[in-house]
Ligand binder design. Structure first.
Ligand code: ZN
Ligand code: ZN
Length: 384
């Protein structure tokens, strides 16, 4: 089959590799019909998350069941499904307690505490050996373990693009809103107007937020936030977004702030040197901005991905302002069915963020466009 193989930072190539095979009786093999590039794929692409051996990336995908393990109960050949990005066994303590992203069984590097390698939670598709080393879905075929736990059947009247984002960015954005328990009438400020930020804004609207505010440094992404989520927007490179948010919220700050940025690469040599000394990767500006922009007693959800610890985390401010903080990999399994219903009933539309559609063969170009924010790129969807 053809698959997009990561070799080293900035080097992803479509190559012929061996077809995936059923390895466990609970596996299926999926023929991928649509897949996407995620912002968190860029962390691997840019070398912020290490991956030493060649690997097929991609954790946002859907397709049709091509092969079926002997113990799979809930699916049949030809079933059309969308697949959550975390791999959960469905039966361990964490899976039984609705923490699928902390699954004890899917990731050989699982471990509650400890060293750099043995401290990860559930495996993720196509997300480096640290997260289990499972081949990803930016490929013609992908092996999906625990097939009775993750994949969800998709109604025939919904197109791929309408439901593909149930695999990650929609439940991730929604998780930020649900963790922070956004109530009708509240204000929600989202830092980062990329795909996850846009999903968080849509989710905030769905939960009845009265005011949704988007902050970014790219005008085209702010335009998108206004178009698809009715957001008030601030370009933080040009204006004081914190003052702007206070101005829109009676001087108090937003009820809820959401970090949809994650780790940022070092901007200056000075920052880089400091970060090497502190074993940090990049900076946490988005968290700092959230803490400043949220009201006293407010809530902050951190959806962005961070790889390491940080010095100068604003713990004092967090305590002084009585800020509640929520974070983690989104428990997609907990939200996906409700979100699919919202989409099917027409209460929620998410395909309006797609800016680029490419054949799998052109994936290197897709990564480049998305990474360099060229051609007003917000979301790239690929069709193998
Ligand atoms: Zn993702
Ligand atoms: Zn489990």
């Amino acid at each position: 089959m053809k698959a997009a193989i990561f070799h080293k930072p900035k080097d992803i190539r479509v190559e012929r590799v061996a077809d995936p095979r059923i390895e466990q009786p609970t596996d299926i093999i999926l023929r991928v019909t649509s897949t996407a590039i995620c912002g968190s794929d860029l962390h691997i692409y840019n070398g912020a998350f290490p991956q030493l051996r060649p690997m097929a990336l991609g954790h946002e995908f859907m397709g049709v069941v091509e092969e079926l393990g002997s113990e799979v109960q809930s699916l049949e050949l030809g079933a059309r499904v969308v697949v959550p990005f975390p791999i959960a066994c469905g039966s361990c303590w964490f899976c039984a307690h609705q923490h699928p992203t902390q699954c004890e069984n899917s990731n050989p590097n699982y471990g509650p505490e400890g060293g750099l390698l043995k401290e990860k939670g559930a495996a993720l598709f196509g997300y480096t050996d640290l997260y289990g080393g499972y081949a990803g879905g930016q490929a013609e075929y992908v092996r999906v373990p625990y097939a009775d736990v993750g994949p969800r059947k998709v109604p025939a009247d919904l197109k791929d693009e309408e439901v593909l984002f149930l695999s990650d960015i929609l439940p991730t954005g929604y998780a930020g809103v649900m963790w922070a328990d956004v109530r009708p009438g509240e204000s929600v400020a989202v830092f980062g107007c990329g795909p996850v930020g846009l999903m968080a804004m849509k989710a905030a609207r769905l939960r009845g937020a009265e005011r949704v505010i988007g902050v970014d440094v790219q005008d085209y992404r702010l335009t998108k936030a206004r178009e698809v989520a009715g957001a008030d927007t601030f370009n933080i490179a040009q204006e004081d977004a914190i003052e702007g948010i206070r101005g829109l919220t009676g001087g108090r700050g937003a009820d809820v702030c959401i970090d949809a940025v994650g780790l940022e690469v070092d901007r200056t040599i000075g920052e880089k040197i400091l970060n090497v000394l502190r074993l940090q990767r990049g900076s946490i500006k988005a968290v700092e901005l959230c803490f400043r922009a949220v009201r006293r007693g407010g809530r902050v959800s951190i959806l962005g991905v961070y790889g390491t610890d940080y010095d100068n985390f604003p713990l004092g401010q967090m305590e002084d302002k009585a800020i509640s903080v929520f974070t983690g990999q989104a428990p997609v399994h907990n939200y996906i069915d409700q979100l699919l219903t919202y989409i099917h009933e027409g209460q929620l539309r998410v395909d309006d963020i797609i800016t680029h559609r490419l054949p799998l063969d052109d994936i290197a170009k897709g990564y480049e466009l998305f990474n360099e924010k060229r051609d007003d790129c917000i979301k790239v969807v690929l069709n193998p």
